[in-house]
Design a protein around this ligand. Structure first.
Ligand code: HEC
Ligand code: HEC
Ligand code: HEC
Ligand code: HEC
Ligand code: HEC
Length: 241
């Protein structure tokens, strides 16, 4: 019998099917990859039961982060404060403000205010606050300028690449240990002579940095990195235990 179609066309349906599968999985994969929270998390700002103004309490009233997040230096987890902490002041101040009604309800019922958690690392990632804030890393590096936010939002990606960007070059972020909760700190605030007297200079540096007018972030960071022997993990087991 005559063969109307060349032999290779026998494979055509199979080829089309395979191409189709490959294409569909690529599209699915890309959507999953780019659309999962890692890329869309930045800017996440859920509606909170009380629109708690960090800018007012921190910048205007001068409260330190640790007044409310008092576990941040001591534990892996940084806590959100209990109602008791708010009521230290709000039994007196703004007693009638309707925005504070959920806090007053919580106070009478004993049920916590249902704050919506914003930052969350997956369970397969090991993350520890005290290991960072006691080693020269400010809240600012990971949460942005919370002290100027009327309501907190997710300011940084918190993806693996983002963690590693700092772990590979912590000198770009390290600052003196007493400036961790001062989110407005700038390298220019450092007084070179006092800084060098306290922390020294990295080995191999010939110039006298104490004579400089200003130190750069890099100069400050390299000094502290060596002084404190900062070595963030970059191997998989460091973060996936
Ligand atoms: C008067 C108490 C108070 C002070 C002071 C305070 N916070 Fe908060 N913070 C809260 C409360 C309450 C929440 C939960 C509500 C919310 O997320 O808006 C919160 C939430 C947060 C969150 C988001 C938590 C999440 O769910 O992921 C971050 C980040 C944060 N605070 C950082 C800071 C930093 C940094 C400072 C210091 C500059 C600070 N806070 C000072 C009370 C406080
Ligand atoms: C150290 C005292 C103090 C603590 C602790 C405190 N606050 Fe306040 N808060 C104030 C003061 C003072 C004001 C009023 C400022 C003003 O009148 O401008 C205020 C105002 C507010 C307002 C009103 C803002 C507005 O726009 O009307 C809210 C909401 C609020 N606080 C929530 C909280 C919550 C929630 C907590 C606990 C996590 C808390 N506060 C803890 C002192 C405090
Ligand atoms: C090296 C980055 C880094 C630094 C520095 C850092 N945080 Fe966080 N923070 C995170 C990550 C990651 C999470 C999510 C943790 C989780 O999944 O439990 C988080 C979560 C939080 C939460 C939410 C906890 C909850 O369960 O709702 C608060 C509050 C918080 N941080 C406050 C602070 C404060 C205050 C500081 C500074 C004193 C600070 N953080 C410094 C990375 C950081
Ligand atoms: C801005 C800089 C910075 C960012 C961002 C950062 N880290 Fe770190 N990390 C450090 C420094 C500094 C250390 C301390 C290293 C030391 O003590 O020698 C550290 C230490 C660690 C350690 C070891 C602590 C221990 O207890 O063994 C782990 C695990 C870790 N980081 C996980 C993470 C994860 C997960 C993220 C992202 C969610 C992250 N880090 C983001 C700077 C950073
Ligand atoms: C500095 C901490 C850190 C180190 C080191 C690290 N990871 Fe991760 N890894 C993370 C964080 C944080 C996430 C979660 C990212 C997110 O939620 O977007 C993650 C997610 C992942 C995922 C999930 C993939 C995804 O995109 O959802 C895999 C797989 C992974 N890591 C493998 C590795 C391997 C392999 C290594 C070693 C080469 C490694 N990680 C080293 C912090 C780290």
């Amino acid at each position: 019998m005559a063969n109307f179609f060349p032999r290779w066309t026998n494979w055509l349906p199979l080829k089309i099917t395979i191409c189709g599968i490959v294409l569909i999985s690529a599209v699915c994969g890309a959507t999953w990859y780019y659309d999962t929270p890692k890329y869309t998390r930045v800017g996440y700002q859920p509606v909170q039961p009380v629109p708690f103004p960090h800018d007012l309490h921190v910048t205007q009233l001068g409260m330190d982060c640790r007044y409310c997040h008092n576990a941040v230096e001591l534990a892996a987890h940084s806590n959100v404060p209990d109602t008791q902490v708010c009521m230290n002041c709000h039994t007196q101040v703004q007693k009638e403000n309707p925005k504070l009604q959920p806090v007053r309800d919580s106070w009478t019922t004993g049920q916590p205010v249902p704050w919506v958690q914003i930052h969350r690392t997956p369970d397969y990632v090991y993350y520890n606050h005290s290991a960072h804030v006691n080693r020269g890393i400010s809240c600012y590096s990971c949460h942005g300028d919370v002290n100027h936010m009327p309501v907190v939002y997710h300011a940084k990606p918190h993806s693996m690449a983002w963690c590693l960007e700092c772990h590979r070059a912590p000198e770009n972020f390290l600052r003196p240990e007493d400036q961790i909760t001062n989110l407005d700190w700038k390298p220019d605030d450092v007084e070179p002579a006092a800084f060098v007297a306290k922390y020294g200079e990295p080995a191999g540096v010939k110039d006298d940095w104490s004579q400089k007018k200003h130190l750069t972030q890099r100069e400050i960071g390299l000094t502290l990195k060596q002084r404190w022997n900062i070595q963030p993990p970059t191997n998989c087991q460091g973060c996936h235990r």
